[in-house]
Design a protein around this ligand. Structure first.
Ligand code: CU
Length: 118
């Protein structure tokens, strides 16, 4: 009887961890996805639904002309990734990211944010 309980418990645990392993999707971002911010952000910070692999995860930020405005290699920590930004003037910027999550699945996406003029 005790063995049967152990087996059932192990099975439920395995099912539970499989269900929890969705891919790493963007959970939240700073600046917020699609937002207009009054002052130029100093960095972009992305948080994912799962931990990501630093070696195979990156982000790029480009201005309206397609020029890079991020300061290069993104820093990854756990489930988040950040990159510093050059000083941004008013305009719309696109953030493109691709990540490899710890479950070995690749995901990618992009969004824009706008720095408002004053
Ligand atoms: Cu996955």
């Amino acid at each position: 009887m005790r063995i049967r309980i152990l087996i059932v418990t192990a099975f439920v645990t395995i099912l539970g961890s499989v269900a929890a392993q969705a891919h790493a999707f963007l959970d939240r971002a700073s600046p917020l996805v699609g937002s207009t911010v009054a002052s130029a952000p100093r960095e972009v910070s992305l948080t994912f639904t799962q931990n990501i692999e630093a070696s195979f995860s990156s982000l790029q930020v480009t201005d309206g002309n397609g020029a890079r405005v991020d300061q290069g290699k993104a820093q990854v920590s756990g489930n988040s990734m950040r990159a510093g930004l050059k000083s941004l003037s008013a305009g719309t910027y696109r953030v493109r990211w691709h990540v490899l999550s710890v479950d070995t699945h690749k995901t990618e996406g992009s969004f824009t944010f706008t720095v408002g003029g004053r």
